[in-house]
Design a protein around this ligand. Sequence first.
Ligand code: PLP
Length: 389
Amino acid sequence: MKTRWYFDNNATTPVRPEVVEAMLPWLLERYGNASSVHSFGREARSALEESREKIATLIGAGRNELFFTGCGTESDNIALMGTLMSAPPGRNTVVTTAIEHSAVLNTARVLEQRGYRAVFVGVDSESMVDLDALRAAVGPDTALVSVMHANNETGVIQPVAEIAGIAHAAGALFHTDAVQSTGKVSIDVEAMGIDMLSMSAHKLNAQKGIGALYIRKGVTVTPITYGGHHEHGVRPGTENVAGAVGFACAVELAVAGMDDERRKLSSLRDRLERGIAASVPNIHFNGRAADRLPGTSNISFPGVDGEALLISMDMEGIAVSTGSACSAGDVEPSHVLTAMGIDPRTATSSLRFSMGWGSSDEGVDHILTVLPGIVERLRSVSAGVDSGK
Ligand code: PLP
């Protein structure tokens, strides 16, 4: 098979062999239901609780404060809906930002349709949340402030401790979507004042289909689905024991290798960005001046159609993603890039390169070899179209 290079780790990540290895016994031989009383059930329960403890430790939480969910999206839904539904009378507002993942944005919009209030605070040109606007938006009617830790498109990291302080000063709770940052940068829910935090296993080299929500002890969240007493009723449904074991294994590997991985990825990313800046004229780095995740780079190539660029790169074996989303056949510019003040046309000419555990110098070299020619060709095509040639 033709060699392929994966530069889309913010979409999902390859599962590490150690994770598969750790999960296998819990699929093949030790498949009990963690709620059963017999030995199959008891061993499943202890594996589940051990995994919970390991993941909770990653973020400085207690084991009883971590609840398994089906994915990051579900964690976000429980945090937003569950908090608003259990908020005291008069606190009917969620304050969030314009650059959240759709798991938060669309949940906030549904809450609006159900009679709650949602405020979407803007960001600056580097995608940093406007803290003055946030302060002005948060008040006695705010139940929850939800601001993501690291953005999935730009990798930009928000000052969550400061934002938590703003929420708490108004008597509101603070939730952060840390789906992109867990395992990549240190998180301490105590030191950062976080009341709720969402995570997802498939973004840190474990499998898809399991996430977690940290809920600080004492915080009440109304469930959004109903069933048995699993996960203390926060997320009913038979627990995914093998999934939890894989998640915990990936977390341990991520923590053990965090410093090395950060060095490796920042150096790959810087080399990629320097190389592209030197070989492709008229480009713009999005979010580069801010504190970013080590492996994420978002670049606009004005005059180039982002979808055509993605397809041309794919034909060279390079997987990246664009700063746009296809909805109903139309290409919509990324809401993150437009919130940063980037015009819609430039936003649709943007690419996200996201590196991770399997990324290598070889992949960066290959990008640097093929990208300048592709951009030049696509620019000449679009200049021809624009001038009617
Ligand atoms: N939040 C952020 C910031 C994400 O990047 C993603 C996935 O892309 C999600 C939430 C949703 O996570 P999941 O795919 O586990 O539902």
